[in-house]
Design a protein around this ligand. Structure first.
Ligand SMILES: [Fe+2]
Ligand SMILES: [Fe+2]
Length: 167
């Protein structure tokens, strides 16, 4: 997904937090764009983009970052935080499915979209504070850098699988 140049910010190597933050900002920007456009005819296309970003992000995040945290820390407090994060992802997936099934001309569509935006914002806030705090306690700097590449590779793998399945 990303060129090799992307991995260095100045003389720093991108870590998992910078990688995730970039995704979060991208989705926030797309969601705002959708809200700014009043014409329902444009909503579906933007929504499809938001949906694929979110599906890829949550899936790859679970398979790499969340997995690494769960693996590194076995204490109950961490488990609780991670269960909460997984629940947030499940809620986001449900809302994405609801929006997929509804017509964008239905007046409920924007209400649902507002719910999705709210759920994503809540989760991002929670993740960037509680999950990251925990992650920084249990992951090594080396792992934090490796995970950025792992998550990116995982996304590529998911995309390839989708393409193969569609053939
Ligand atoms: Fe995230
Ligand atoms: Fe997440």
């Amino acid at each position: 997904m990303l060129g090799p140049l992307f991995w260095n910010i100045g003389d720093r190597v991108m870590d998992i937090y910078a990688y995730i933050k970039r995704d979060h900002l991208k989705v926030a920007d797309l969601m705002q764009q959708l809200l700014d456009i009043r014409l329902a005819a444009f909503h579906r296309r933007l929504f499809e983009q938001i949906k694929s970003e979110l599906v890829l992000h949550t899936e790859a995040e679970e398979r790499t970052f969340y997995r690494a945290i769960n693996h590194a820390a076995r204490e109950a407090a961490t488990e609780e935080e991670m269960v909460h994060a997984f629940d947030d992802h499940a809620e986001i997936r449900t809302l994405l499915q609801d929006l997929t099934d509804l017509s964008e001309n239905d007046e409920m569509w924007m209400v649902k979209f507002g719910e999705l935006k709210h759920a994503v914002e809540h989760h991002v806030q929670d993740e960037e504070t509680n999950v990251w705090k925990k992650a920084r306690m249990v992951l090594s700097a080396d792992q934090e850098q490796r995970l950025a590449r792992d998550m990116d590779r995982e996304k590529q793998k998911i995309l390839n699988d989708v393409q193969v399945a569609a053939q």
